[in-house]
Design a binder for this molecule. Structure first.
Ligand code: SF4
Length: 498
């Protein structure tokens, strides 16, 4: 899914930071309230000198635009972490940034176009400030490599998905006037996977996103991921567990494991074994993961939902199509029947299990009957959330050689039918939750309503309720009072012990 870039930036406090990117508490303690000192007073002069000193320690300001999935969000957080260790301070302002990174997504045509048009707009920034270093990372960087430099003379660095560990060194090179450069080779190991993000920079430090693997060996015929993320590479289990223990020690309550296909994890143990080991880590109360391929979700994964109470009652299980004919053309390696059987196994293991999925309409050759099969899966599973898309051709994929024969208007018609029905089902699911009491991990203050906070149930449903923002990061009991189209409203029953 494409989303608005720059969500991290709003959370960065506008306080001076030291050369390792940490806020200077000494500075804050000494700084007078604005306007409280006469101009030229000794205290004001000290403040000016302190600010100048902090500026001298700072190497520059960095802004990152992020497009695409949670893996890109995490990569951006890790890039901020690495650059802030080197003395760069995050900024919200493109104009004042000395380093601008555009972390791109190419999974769908639209996301790709959005990132590229933002990148194009940065030409005027470079014109105004030639010393600014413009970096492109992510899937579009991997896909386009040197072609980006040919088309966009203002770009200094193109960094592929296996080379993010080179970011800081290449930024220094560019600032020294060397470049432009493309670093986009695939490697047998990806050092950046082991970078641990700085909790102080995270918008939600109570939730630790942790990469367990990256890449994909499945080659679904419509998907560009194997070409831009490379083959599957798993992180060593000991490193994953060590990182999670670190996050738990720093106060994370929930761990969210990320990988393009977590079920084919092989970092010294299987994915279900890894889940069991994480379950033993003290301080972690919730475990989530994404994304799962249905063909790799075996009985040992299902058993985890029976045995591990910390494992949240939600799974994202992309089904893509309900038609066996289309599934075969997509190279998905399961059928509608095996998918539905898997869903029912999860429900037997965890009766309140919630499901979300990705689905594509208008794949080449999809007829009306095929689409009806897709709608049948929607009716039977009753997903909480469906990420639904019109098929768009991705370069180099196998499906790119098929005739894109479902007309644009027909794709829109099918998508509209599917989304309308899904909206009804989501609301019906939410209505069934009214009157129930749920544990909610509070994510923060509401942007819309003062005195309200929002959080998530184990089913990954958003709940809004009256409560102080200090509850952020706590798990509280909430009674659901109203169902909304995409969320629930509730009332706080009990605060956690202080
Ligand atoms: S499993 Fe298929 S859809 Fe998912 S990343 Fe791999 S190739 Fe793409």
């Amino acid at each position: 899914m494409a989303k608005t870039p720059g969500t991290l930036h709003a959370l960065f406090p506008a306080v001076p930071k030291d050369n390792r990117g940490r806020a200077s508490s000494a500075f804050e303690a000494q700084a007078p309230a604005r306007g409280s000192e006469a101009p030229g007073s000794p205290l004001q002069s000290l403040t000016r000198r302190t600010a100048a000193y902090m500026d001298a320690l700072m190497k520059g300001r960095v802004k990152i635009f992020t497009y695409g999935c949670q893996m890109n969000d995490l990569d951006s957080l890790k890039m901020y972490t690495e650059l802030s260790k080197a003395g760069y301070v995050p900024t919200d302002s493109t104009r004042e940034a000395d380093v601008i990174v555009v972390n791109t997504c190419s999974v769908r045509q639209k996301a790709c176009e959005k990132a590229m048009s933002n990148l194009g707009r940065l030409a005027s920034v470079k014109l105004r400030k030639p010393s600014a270093v413009i970096v492109v990372t992510g899937c579009v960087a991997q896909q386009e490599q040197g072609r980006i430099l040919e088309r966009m003379g203002h770009v200094d660095i193109v960094l592929g998905t296996h080379q993010l560990h080179l970011l800081e060194a290449l930024v220094e090179e560019a600032r020294a006037g060397r470049g432009p450069v493309v670093a986009a080779g695939f490697s047998p190991c990806v050092p950046f996977m082991d970078t641990v993000f700085d909790h102080g920079l995270s918008p939600e430090p109570h939730r630790a996103y942790v990469t367990v693997m990256q890449g994909c060996d499945n080659y679904c015929s419509y998907c560009i991921v194997p070409y831009v993320r490379g083959p599957e590479i798993s992180r060593d289990a000991s490193k994953v567990l060590e990182e999670i223990r670190l996050h738990a020690g720093r106060g994370s309550r929930e761990v969210f494991l990320l990988g393009q296909n977590v079920n084919s994890y092989r970092g010294g143990m299987s994915f279900p074994e890894l889940l069991r080991r994480i379950h033993d880590i003290e301080g972690i109360d919730r475990i989530r993961f994404t994304t799962s391929h249905p063909k790799d979700a075996g009985d040992d994964l299902v058993a985890c939902f029976k045995d591990l109470p910390k494992l949240c009652s939600h799974i994202h299980l992309p089904f893509q199509s309900g038609s066996n004919r289309v599934l075969a053309a997509m190279n998905r390696k399961y059928t509608k029947e095996t998918y539905l059987e898997l869903v029912s196994k999860f429900r037997q293991a965890r009766p309140d299990m919630a499901f979300s999925a990705d689905v594509i309409v208008g794949f080449p050759g999809e007829g009306v009957n095929d689409f009806d099969e897709t709608m049948d899966v929607v009716e039977r599973v009753r997903f909480d959330v469906l990420f639904s898309f019109k098929y768009s051709v991705r370069p180099n994929t196998k499906a790119a050689s098929l005739v894109d024969d479902v007309h644009g208007e027909e794709k829109s018609r099918r998508l509209d039918i599917l989304q309308r029905r899904q909206r009804e089902i989501t609301l019906e699911n939410n209505r069934l939750r009214v009157g129930g009491v749920y544990d909610v991990l509070v994510d923060g203050a509401s942007k819309k309503h003062e005195h309200q906070v929002h959080g998530r149930t184990t089913h990954n449903v958003i709940v809004n309720f009256d409560g102080p923002r200090e509850l952020t990061g706590s798990i509280v009991k909430v009674r659901i009072t109203r169902a909304n189209p995409n969320s629930l409203t509730g009332e706080l029953l009990a605060s956690p012990p202080s």
